[in-house]
Write a protein that binds this ligand. Structure first.
Ligand code: LLP
Length: 432
């Protein structure tokens, strides 16, 4: 019998399984580093958050944040579920279109975009969520049909200083006091449909915070609407829906979140006459994070001042830990029964001392060729990975109803020199 150990992963005879697949067996076939994703979990997460809101408010839509995991297979599954996409660059916009997402379900929310990039979005016909009035002015009077602005409500909430999305020190959005002028200008240059956007935070697990931010943005929308006469077609709460990274973390109560958000929307709507704007949210992490495990191999053990467990899954694959100090739960996938045996540094192959995916972590005694599984690796892992030190990024596998599909190949040598050129004068002519 399988035992659920870190949903959706199970323990079968002390080996780690996902959707009835032995993850160590997949590593012997496909090698490491390997990212393995459950399609069932991905669809389940989408439906859970979609149903929580749409059952209470019919004019509702999801714009999945592609930056969390931009694999075209993942995007195609979510498109199939009916999701729209939140994109932050033209390449992300084009990935969404490549996966068949219709342009009217794409919201382009770039940060400090260039004029060329904004013009390209206009040509494609995407709605633009401007970070501030300056970004709209970059277009020198040209405009999308649908535009919104990101409001910085001065409510700081991030899991780490590096993931704080608002507040006086955040580079994002503009204060509400500048909004009326921005919307009036947008109307004057010809924008016809309007939205308003706020980011809730990052990896927030407390429902109260969603109640707080949503109340503030709905009231801000009401005030702006009364001041300018602008009618909002949509109000977009952005991302921030958290997931458990540690075994003891409590799941976000999404029904509770949805009911307080909708309650606030209805109250503000009555108070300010907002009508029935479309409510949008842009979850990334909530939908993709827990669908995936990162699997790596133990390549060396060093026991001097500390115990270092060397692996092939360092900061080039999992940047979140060195960058923010984030926690990812890890187990020995090939022997779940092995007892914890003191703290260890779990490190990678990169020539940087920050190359640690876990610090002072209680972990079992590891041996060379053991397989380490890192949970909650479906968001901001592959999309933030790099080929630093000439190391290949992870291969990616999708499990769906008994099927095993490779959805990203591992980088090969050709990928490391692709797009580079040695000038003729430097070519080593004697080279065979
Ligand atoms: N919408 C916009 C405009 C965003 O900038 C983001 C994330 C999201 C939606 C999705 O947020 P989520 O639902 O995933 O919380 N690299 C960091 C997270 C940075 C988030 C940046 N923006 C991490 O690994 O924790």
């Amino acid at each position: 019998m399988d035992q659920l150990i870190f949903p959706p992963f199970t323990n079968r005879n002390n080996r780690l399984f996902l959707e009835n697949h032995d993850l160590c067996e997949l590593c012997s076939i496909h090698g490491t580093p390997l990212l393995v994703t459950s399609e069932k979990r991905l669809r389940g997460n989408y439906r859970r958050i979609h149903d929580a809101f749409s059952s209470l408010y019919s004019h509702f839509g999801i714009r999945y944040a592609i930056k969390s995991n931009s694999n075209p297979a993942v995007i195609s599954i979510l498109r199939d579920e009916g999701s729209g996409m939140d994109v932050s660059s033209i390449n992300e916009l084009n990935i969404a279109r490549y996966c068949g997402v219709s342009v009217d379900k794409i919201l382009f929310s770039p940060n400090n975009a260039s004029r060329d990039e904004l013009m390209e979005a206009l040509k494609i016909g995407a709605a633009i969520n401007f970070d501030d009035i300056g970004q709209m002015n970059v277009l020198r009077g040209k405009h999308p049909e649908t535009a919104s602005f990101r409001i910085n409500l001065n409510i700081e909430k991030g899991e780490f200083p590096g993931t704080t999305t608002a507040g006086p020190n955040a580079k994002f959005g503009m204060p509400e006091s500048y909004a009326a002028e921005a919307y009036e200008k947008a109307r004057e240059i010809g924008v016809r449909k309007f939205g308003i956007h706020v980011m809730i935070g990052s990896n927030v697990l407390s429902p109260d915070h969603f109640g707080h931010v949503s109340r503030e943005i709905f009231n801000a929308a009401g005030r702006i609407s009364q001041k300018t006469g602008i009618k909002f077609d949509f109000i977009d709460l952005g991302g921030g829906f958290g997931v458990p990274y540690r075994p003891g973390d409590k799941e976000l109560d999404i029904d509770n979140v949805a009911s307080s958000v909708i309650d606030n929307l209805e109250k503000a709507s009555t108070q300010y006459g907002l009508g029935k704007p479309e409510l949008l949210i842009e979850p990334g992490r909530y939908i993709s994070a827990d669908t995936t495990a990162l699997l790596g191999k133990v390549t060396n053990i060093k026991k001097y001042t500390k115990t270092f467990v060397g692996t092939d899954i360092g900061m080039n694959i999992l940047l979140r830990t060195p960058l923010y100090g984030s926690y990812h739960h890890m187990v020995l996938a090939n022997d779940l029964s092995r007892a914890l045996s003191g703290t260890k540094e779990i490190v990678g192959q990169i020539c940087e001392n920050t190359d640690r995916i876990a610090k002072e972590r209680e972990f079992p005694e590891a041996k060379i060729d053991d397989i380490i599984a890192v949970f909650t690796s479906g968001s901001y892992v592959s999309s933030m990975s790099s080929t630093y030190n000439g190391r290949a990024r992870a291969k990616e596998i999708l499990l769906s109803d008994g099927r095993v599909d490779v959805v990203r190949e591992r980088d090969e040598f050709e990928d490391f020199v692709r797009n580079t050129k040695i000038p003729d004068r430097l070519l080593n002519k004697s080279k065979k």
